[in-house]
Design a protein around this ligand. Structure first.
Ligand code: KIV
Length: 276
């Protein structure tokens, strides 16, 4: 672990190689999701290491009940907006439900779209050992892949809810095996979601590539949060693992209320806000 106060961001462009180096040097990796140009620009300027254009956009941007409905075209639109705001961070596009499951051919085509049309540098796929052969193919074709195990929200209907993972011996063995298989397949990092911290730590210590935790304790090599949770914008549901660093919903509410009052009372616009 690096010693001596806050860790400064690298000045150069973050790449998948930077991720591995950060793990070797014991430097934690800070990841956030983003879905639009202004937010991505602010995050990039603030020194975020990696931006994930997550399929969580389906819930926190589009208002769906879960991540399943979001489409490839919608994800590509969001990636393009984010990329216009980013100079330094590594940007990863999240492959939506049924964009890679139907066939290897479709998976390669859709992963390619993320890089060709979306402009991102890598893709993320949810799943364990069973998708390792597909991940190897994508990596062989020059598409860097971030893995994602533990709670995989695209399998919500299989799990029957958003559950904490790693409670049974069987699950623990599955996730330990999957992490190794994803590393062997060529993943440059793996997201561990909603997992008991001891298991996440064991996985992190067993791998050469970094783990990025969300609800998986402090033992991971980095952390990721959904930006709308982290800034206190999304109010429908807040998982226990979220830390809200701001209350943007309140800021917007107050601003909108003041604007409505000013319009109704003819206080807006004033002379300085009018031409002539
Ligand atoms: O879609 C998303 O935002 C994610 C993160 C929660 C890891 O997959």
């Amino acid at each position: 672990m690096a010693q001596g106060g806050p860790q400064k961001p690298d000045s150069g462009k973050v790449t998948t190689r930077t991720f591995r180096r950060m793990k070797q040097e014991g430097r934690k990796i800070a990841v956030l999701t983003a879905y639009d140009f202004p937010t991505a620009r602010i995050m990039d300027q603030a020194g975020i290491d990696c931006i994930l254009v997550g399929d969580s956009a389906g819930t926190v941007v589009a208002g769906h009940k879960n991540t399943l409905p979001i489409t490839m075209d919608e994800m590509i639109f969001l990636c393009r907006a984010v990329m216009r705001g980013v100079e330094r961070a590594l940007v990863v596009g999240d492959m939506p439900f049924m964009s890679f499951q139907p066939s290897e051919e479709e998976a390669i085509k859709n992963a390619g779209r993320f890089l060709k049309e979306g402009g991102v540098q890598a893709v993320k796929l949810e799943g364990g050992s069973e998708i390792a052969p597909l991940i190897k193919k994508l990596v062989d074709y020059g598409i860097p892949v971030m893995g994602h195990i533990g709670l995989t929200p695209q399998s919500l209907n299989k799990f029957g809810g958003y559950l904490v993972m790693g409670k049974t011996e069987r699950q623990q063995q599955y996730f330990l095996r999957s992490a190794q298989d994803l590393q062997d397949a060529g993943c440059f990092a793996i997201v561990l979601e909603s997992m008991l911290p001891d298991l996440a730590l064991e996985i992190s210590e067993s791998l050469k590539i970094p783990t990025i935790g969300i609800g998986a304790g402090v033992g991971c090599d980095g952390q990721v949060l959904v930006v709308s949770d982290m800034i206190g914008l999304f109010e429908e549901f807040r998982p226990r693992f979220v830390r809200a660093y701001a209350n943007v919903a309140d800021v917007i509410r107050k601003a909108v209320t003041s604007y409505i009052d000013d319009v109704k009372e003819s206080r807006f616009p004033d002379k300085s806000e009018s031409y002539g």
